[in-house]
Structures are given as C-alpha cells and as structure tokens.
Ligand binder design. Structure first.
Ligand code: ATP
Ligand code: MG
Length: 463
C-alpha cells in the first residue's frame, strides 16, 4: 500500500489512522489525526511518530517492531501531544500491511481509538511477550527446580530405605547372634553340666579300680595258697571250682580289670573333651591347639559318624593335619564353627545317603577312584599358610551346593532343611565368628553333585 492508496482509503473513515514505517516515520495520516494534533496533514507527514507522543522513543520503536513482526493486531497505548500542549491517551491497534524486507522497511497501519480510562502505562505487546517469556522461563525454572527437588527426594527416600534396610539387617544380625549365643551357651552349659556329673562317678570308679584289682589279686593269691596247702578238696568245693571255671577266671580277671581301666580312662578323656569343647571359662582370647578343638568336636559328633541302622553308612573322617602352632583365638567360639560346619557336612552326607549318591572328596586328586555308594567322607585338612595365617578346610562328598543356595549360604535364617531341622543360623554365625571376631575368612567351594568344601582362614595371633 502506498501512502496515496492509504489516503484514498483512510479519507472516508472517521477514525484516526496513521501509516508509519517500522522506524516510526509518518508516511501519511488522515484528517482525524491532524484534527487531534491541531495541525494540517501536510505538517504531520514526513515527521517521526515519537515527536507527537509522550512515550519514549525506545518504547515507540519497540511497539512498532512488535507490530511489524506479528501477524495479528498488536494493541498499544499512545499519548498524543496536541499542538497546544494538551495530551490525550489513545488506544492504538497496529497491523503490519507490508512486512520488512531488505529493500524496504515495514509499513504499519495504526488505528487510534480514544480511551476513556487514562493509562499512564505504555502497553507493548513485546513487553507482554517479554513478561510472558520471563513467566515461561520462570515456570521452566520452577519445573526444573521441582524436578530436581523430586530427584533429591527420591535419592533421600532411597537413602532412607537403604539406611532402614541396614538397620533391619543389623537388627537381624543381632537377633541371630543372640539366638546362636543362647543356643551355644545352653549347649555349652549342658555339656559342661553333663561332663561334671559324669566326672565325679568316673573318678570314683577309676580311683577304686586299682584297689579292687589289688583286692582280687590278694583273694586269688589266698585261693592259690589254699590249693597248695589243702590239695584234697571236698567235692562241694571241687564242684564249685569247675562251675566257675576257676582257671579261666584267674586268667580273665586281669584282662577284665585292664579293659575296665581302659574304659574309664576313655570316659575321662571324653569328659575332658566335653569340657574343652564347652570352654565356658574361655570367653577371652587364649592360645590353643586347633587340632584338639577339631578332635573334641568330632568326638562329640561320634554318634552321628557311626553307621546307623543300615540307612546311613559310617562316615569316614580323613584327617590331614599339618604342623600348626598354637593359635590365639576365642577357642569356644571356634569350636562352634567346627561344629556347625561338620554338622552341615554330616547333614549333606545323610541327605546324599537318602539319594544314594556319592562323589569323591577332592575330585582332582582322586579322579580315578572308583565311586562307591558307601564311601561318605569328611576330609579335614589344616595347614600353616605363612607365619601369620592358618587354614582349616572341611570338605564332604555330599550333594554339594548349587549357585542359588551358595549366594545365600551365609544369610541369617537361610536354610534348605525341613522345618524344625535347621534354623539357618549355623553358617551366618560361623561367618560372624571367623570374619568379624577373628578377622579371618570363611569361604565355600562347591561343585553341585560333588560335595562342598568350607575353608576357614584365621590369623595365628589376633593381637
Ligand atoms: N556341606 C554342605 N553341603 C550342602 N549344603 C550345605 C552344606 N553346608 C551348608 N549347606 C546349605 O546351607 C544352608 C545353610 O546352612 P546353615 O548351617 O547356615 O543352616 P542350617 O544347617 O540349615 O541350619 P542350622 O545350622 O541353623 O541348624 C543349609 O540349609 C544347606 O542348604
Ligand atoms: Mg547348619
């Protein structure tokens, strides 16, 4: 649209209309505009819009830019300064009729409308756009902040959950320890009590055995003297001599006393082992012989190693003891570990007996050994690794442990045994005793179907 075309079209319209360039140059106005300003139309043409308004040049240019870059009508407010100095506020509707191009500047048509309500603010769309953009930015920031807060919250919830899980684990562990400590302490007390009860009568028998032997020898000597001094015996006595088979009796009684002596000595040894095992007095660190601890444990479990009612064959214990120094440890607790692991091995062998499957302990070294159904074995090996560490390995040729079970082996209350048979505490408490109490290692190696091996490593001295 040229200024001329504009004038042609604007002449007939009663409302004030202006044709301005994007820079604010007044290209043409109609009569109503000239009337408002109190000037002639020719006086207005060619001048700049901001010469006739009170708003700042910057604001006017921004408004015109907003008009020229928008496809829609842009509403603004212009305060016109009349020739006599009076000001009037107009609402302006700006529309671009020719967009800006490198060759020519933008052409904007402004339509003025008298405002009844005065507003001192120059409302510019791009200001609004600015505000909106700022609002959008602010909202985006708020959203980001919310997202971040959310993530932080999630992390905190996760941390809290982990902390709670840890507390739960700790509590379970404490509970485990308490249960096991209670179990072992009652077992220890019971064993100590039994040992004490047996010890008294056995000492009594052992102490008198010697005298009983001496007395019998004296009596036999007396019989011999009788036989020498009175070779002709009355028939009643002769009958009795034959009846009791005196010659055999004389011969046998010494053997009899000998085996009674061996028997009582064995009971005394057992009592000593029981006492050693319970080691109630040894809550503190003490230097002990590890082999003694293992042997005592095996002795207590002797009844489970023997063959039982055709169902379970005898479990052979193969000991491969190395040269070990005395080890400073919590002996009673270490015995509990041997007990837990050996009992597990026996359980595994019994379970295998039910399944009638046997493998060979240490398959690498005995690969060619013929597998028989009746060779349940537990192999206990000890060795001095270096001057600071010892290792005890307890291996069985039972069913072995599959990967799924192995990953939970040391978890408190994990058991594959029937309800009432296993509490699932044995290994978790053993782990505690070895790893935490003795700063050692407890590891399990197993090939399912070929048995399991538990290796304990502990320092020779804990101090
Ligand atoms: N030598 C082994 N051979 C095969 N499986 C074993 C062996 N030792 C342990 N396990 C498996 O590990 C599980 C956990 O053993 P753990 O000693 O902790 O508990 P438990 O023997 O089931 O019960 P508890 O010892 O408290 O009476 C056992 O239930 C068993 O499945
Ligand atoms: Mg067990």
């Amino acid at each position: 649209m040229t200024p001329e075309q504009f004038l042609e079209f604007a002449r007939v319209l009663p409302e004030p209309l202006l044709l301005v360039s994007g820079e604010g140059l007044l290209l043409a106005t109609n009569q109503p505009v000239a009337d408002i300003l109190g000037l002639r139309r020719q006086e207005v043409r060619g001048r700049m819009l901001f010469e006739f308004v009170t708003e700042s040049t910057n604001d006017v240019v921004k408004y015109l830019q907003a008009c020229s870059s928008s496809r829609a009508m842009v509403i603004g407010s212009l305060t016109l300064r009349k020739n006599d100095g009076q000001t009037l506020i107009y609402r302006s509707q700006g529309a671009v009729i020719q967009p800006w191009s490198p060759e020519s500047s933008a052409l904007i048509l402004l339509r003025l409308e008298k405002r009844t309500l005065a507003s001192s603010n120059f409302v510019l769309l791009n200001q609004k756009i600015d505000q909106l953009a700022k609002e959008v930015h602010r909202r985006k920031e708020a959203e980001e902040a919310l997202k971040k807060a959310n993530q932080e919250l999630e992390i905190r919830v996760e941390e809290r959950t982990t902390a709670l899980q840890e507390t739960l684990n700790e509590l379970q562990l404490t509970q485990t320890q308490l249960v096991q400590a209670e179990k072992m302490s009652s077992l220890g007390q019971m064993i100590a009590g039994i040992a004490h009860e047996i010890n008294n009568p056995v000492s009594f028998i052992y102490g008198n055995l010697h005298h009983a032997y001496e007395y019998t020898q004296d009596l036999l000597k007396l019989v011999q003297i009788y036989q020498q001094l009175c070779p002709i015996t009355p028939p009643e006595i002769q009958d009795e001599i034959e009846e009791i088979d005196l010659d055999f009796l004389i011969q046998d009684i010494t053997k009899l006393f000998q085996s009674m002596k061996v028997g009582t000595e064995r009971i005394q040894e057992i009592v000593k082992s029981l006492r050693n095992f319970s080691r109630l007095d040894e809550a503190e660190l003490k230097q002990v012989n590890i082999h003694e601890g293992i042997d005592n444990t095996l002795m207590i479990l002797e009844h489970r190693l023997q063959a039982r009612h055709d169902k379970y064959p005898e479990i052979k214990v193969i000991k491969k003891y190395g040269q070990l120094p005395n080890v400073t440890c919590y002996a009673g607790q270490l015995n509990q570990v041997f007990m837990n692991i050996i009992v597990n091995a026996i359980d595994a062998l019994e379970a295998s007996a039910n399944n009638s499957q046997w493998s060979v302990v240490n398959p690498q070294t005995t690969e060619n050994q013929k597998l028989t159904k009746n060779n349940p074995q537990i192999q206990i090996k000890t060795e001095l690794i270096d001057e600071k560490w010892i290792a005890v390995s307890i291996a069985d040729n039972g069913l072995g442990i599959n990967e799924q079970v192995r990953s939970k082996l040391f978890d408190p209350f994990f058991t594959t045994k029937a309800v009432g048979k296993g509490t699932g505490l044995g290994l978790s408490i053993s782990y505690q005793i070895i790893v935490e109490k003795h700063k050692g290692e407890l590891r399990c190696f197993s090939t399912p179907g070929k048995g399991a091996e538990f290796v304990i490593k502990i320092p020779v001295s804990l101090v």
